[in-house]
Design a protein around this ligand. Structure first.
Ligand code: GDP
Length: 706
């Protein structure tokens, strides 16, 4: 194990597509890769070597986590680079990586500054309280503008950016980077792919600019620390580089500021200094809050674990990758030590697991480990029944770490195997896909013999279909994608009674209960401390034996099952609180089954009284279109019941943010191409469920009945 926790950084690169995440990642692997012989690169065939290596790395950069050794000031650090996808359609992938990393580098395009999609990624990182550095990339691009990009971070993200670097030139003229702390210039030798770095004085024509930016840097660092502020006010010149670094580190970890770096990944300028920045400013695993969880034997009991090897073992599974040599289960170890061959508990499903082998994943190789301690990220082989989001822990000290929030699937599709052989292959394939991707669901319908798969969007289902058919070679017929609606109630209803009575010769069946029902939200449930499984809260107010205690869970079960399958149109009933107020029982005839049925009948009665409404998924859609097609695009959005939330001009490009019902968005990417001669692009993610217009609601209910 060896590594001191202060020498670990678990980070991700947060960027939307095209900002340069892949290129930055490749450069990081290149400069940190133990196996890359830079010597060879010097000798003539430089570009070829690099390209070939780039291709090989193309595979490794998709690794869920890669360990990169990085030496700074004589100390060897371990940077675990966690893959974060850039496509907003895969919010879930972004969420799960944000969950296990301690800090991130947000990459921006130096010409565009903050773009609409950078905002989405930034807000997600906000939600998980991830400390961030900013890297203004592509400073070599024609029209790149450091100051504009820097300001857009403040203006559009509401962040507190603090520049620690300034570029030497821009566009074709980009030569290097000025470090505003040390006030030195750095040049990156292009023959060695930037591996050879030369330090020089700041060029004379930038001396004044650098002094201005340094002044701002010192002032903003001082604002982060009261002691430093006092000294700053007395005499700015007493403030050392170390003072500034400490204040920035503290501020970054406390989410009060974002140090800003710049460069060009493509031209190999600035990446090593960014890695130094990761060490200097992003937290080590002990500097983030202790991990929280609950006791699986008593869900009310909150537990936490310190980031320490002496605590009982706990880890979170954040990605499962199927591999012909056995699945790789990526875990973040939060506490304790995991030894090779140890038995573990998955407290979520109660299964025992064995970590038969442990690997640290490097760019080009897997390094087998005998054991791994807190704060580390590794891939484990041997885990069979654990999926993304599950906890693995010491069986004597069980803990369920806070689960990741997976949004409900909003779209579904039927799928039927062609042959009996395909049927067998399909069920195996679905288990595999589900293990890798918990935002995907599948359910087998006995009656129709169909399997229904559901996911986060049309694209998500498309990818799953391709995986089944192309990669896993399962022969299937798929149906049209269908929207997953939800049912809710318009208002409260009281005194709703369900009586189940059956006389069949000998012993009869009898159960009777009365309930109140009201609209209720997750936030309310949290405030009231009520469980909100499947978005339904249940409260028992029956006292004094109107119904014997042992039947109460049966009533709850009946209600929950009925809510799950829906009352009006076969879609889950959500966001309700059901209060059991009264009931009756019979000495002989009452049974669990009878009370389940009574619960079911009472809920149906309640939903009719309270008036049912159908909710439909609304997507947040961001569209980029050249101005010429703006009218076409907005006109079309209006015909899709779209609501435009924001529009913005960006050098001839219009950026439209709108909310549109998912049911209106099937095949939209193709339509948009048609509207704009192929020039507009869009991205989509789930925003919320909202009530449907009455006429459409009727159509859906009628369709479900037929
Ligand atoms: P990703 O989609 O965020 O992973 O971005 P990529 O790394 O694939 O980069 C998108 C495009 O931008 C590619 O064509 C890259 O060659 C280009 N690119 C990346 N970094 C730079 C840079 O520093 N300067 C310039 N000019 N182009 C870059």
């Amino acid at each position: 194990m060896g590594t001191d926790l202060s020498q670990i950084r678990n980070i991700g690169i947060a960027a939307h597509i095209d900002a340069g995440k892949t290129t930055v990642t490749e450069r990081i692997l290149f400069y940190t890769g133990k196996n890359y012989k830079l010597g060879e690169v010097h000798e003539g065939t430089a570009t070829m070597d690099f390209l070939q290596e780039e291709q090989e790395r193309g595979i490794t950069i998709q690794s869920a986590a890669t360990t990169c050794p990085w030496t700074k000031d004589g100390v060897e650090y371990k940077i675990n680079l966690i893959d974060t996808p850039g496509h907003v359609d895969f919010t879930i992938e972004v969420e799960r990586s944000l969950r296990v990393l301690d800090g991130a580098v947000a990459v921006f395009d130096g010409k565009e500054g903050v773009e609409a999609q950078s905002e989405t990624v930034w807000r997600q990182a906000d939600r998980y309280k991830v400390p961030r550095l900013c890297f203004i990339n592509k400073m070599d691009k024609l029209g790149a503008d450091f100051e504009f990009s820097f300001r857009s971070i403040r203006k559009r993200l509401g962040a507190n950016p603090i520049a620690v670097q300034y570029p030497i030139g821009f566009g074709n003229e980009l030569e290097g980077i000025i470090d505003l702390l040390g006030m030195r210039a750095y040049y990156f030798d292009s023959d060695s792919q930037g591996a050879v770095v030369t330090e020089k004085d700041i060029p004379a024509h930038l001396a004044e600019k650098a002094a201005e930016w340094r002044h701002e840097l010192v002032e903003k660092a001082a604002e982060l620390d009261d002691n430093l502020m006092e000294r700053y006010l007395e005499d700015e010149s007493t403030i050392t580089i170390d003072d500034i670094k400490k204040a920035l580190r503290k501020g970054t970890i406390a989410l009060q500021c974002n140090p800003v770096f710049c460069g060009s990944a493509l031209k190999n300028i600035g990446v090593q200094r960014l890695l130094d920045g990761v060490i200097d400013y992003l937290p080590n695993p002990t500097q983030v809050p202790e991990v929280q969880g609950t006791n699986p034997r008593d869900k009310e009991q909150k537990l936490s674990r310190k980031h320490s090897n002496t605590e009982p073992f706990s880890a979170l599974v954040f990605k499962v990758v199927s591999d012909t040599h056995g699945d790789l289960t990526y875990v973040r170890v939060y506490s304790g030590v995991l030894k090779k061959g140890t038995r573990l508990l998955n407290p979520v499903n109660g299964k025992r697991e064995i970590a038969s082998r442990i690997f640290e994943m490097h760019a080009k190789e897997r390094v087998p480990l005998d054991e791994v301690g807190a704060g580390n990220i590794v891939a484990v082989v041997g885990i069979k029944d654990s999926i993304t989001g599950d906890t693995l822990c010491d069986s004597d000290h069980p803990i369920v770490l806070e689960r990741m929030d997976f949004p409900e699937p909003v779209i579904s599709m039927s799928i039927e195997p062609n042959t009996a052989d395909d049927k067998r292959k399909l069920s195996e394939a679905l288990v595999t896909i589900r293990r890798e991707d918990p935002s995907f669901r599948s359910e087998y319908n006995e009656e129709t013999g169909q399997t229904i798969i559901s996911g986060m969007g049309e694209l998500h289902l498309e990818i799953i279909k391709n995986k089944l058919v192309r990669d896993m070679k399962v022969g299937v017929q798929v149906g049209q994608p269908r929207v997953s609606y939800r049912e809710a109630i318009a208002g409260p209803a009281t005194g709703c009674r369900g009586t189940f009575k059956k006389q069949t010769g000998g012993r009869g069946q009898f159960g009777d209960c009365t309930i109140n029902i009201e609209p209720y939200t997750k936030e309310q449930a949290e405030a009231d401390g009520l469980k909100f499984n499947d978005n339904v809260a249940f409260v028992n107010e029956v006292v004094g034996g109107a119904i014997p205690k042992e039947f109460i869970p049966s009533i709850e079960y009946g209600i929950r099952m009925t809510a799950k399958s829906g009352v009006s149109a076969g879609y889950p009933l959500i966001d309700i609180k059901v209060t059991l107020t009264d009931g009756k029982y019979h000495e002989v005839d009452s049974s669990q089954v009878a009370f389940e049925q009574a619960g079911r009948l009472a809920l149906i009665e309640a939903v009719h009284k309270a008036r049912s409404i159908l909710l439909e998924p609304i997507m947040k859609v961001v569209i980029l279109t050249p101005e010429d097609y703006f009218g076409n695009v907005t006109g079309d959005l209006a015909s899709r019941r779209g609501m435009i939330l924001e529009q913005e001009d960006r050098s001839g490009i219009k950026v439209i943010t709108a909310e549109v019902p998912l049911s209106e968005m099937f095949g939209y990417t193709t339509v948009l191409r048609g509207l704009s001669q192929g020039r507009a692009s869009n991205s989509m993610e789930f925003a919320k469920y909202a009530p449907m217009p009455m006429n459409l609601q009727k159509e859906v209910i009628a369709a479900s009945a037929s």
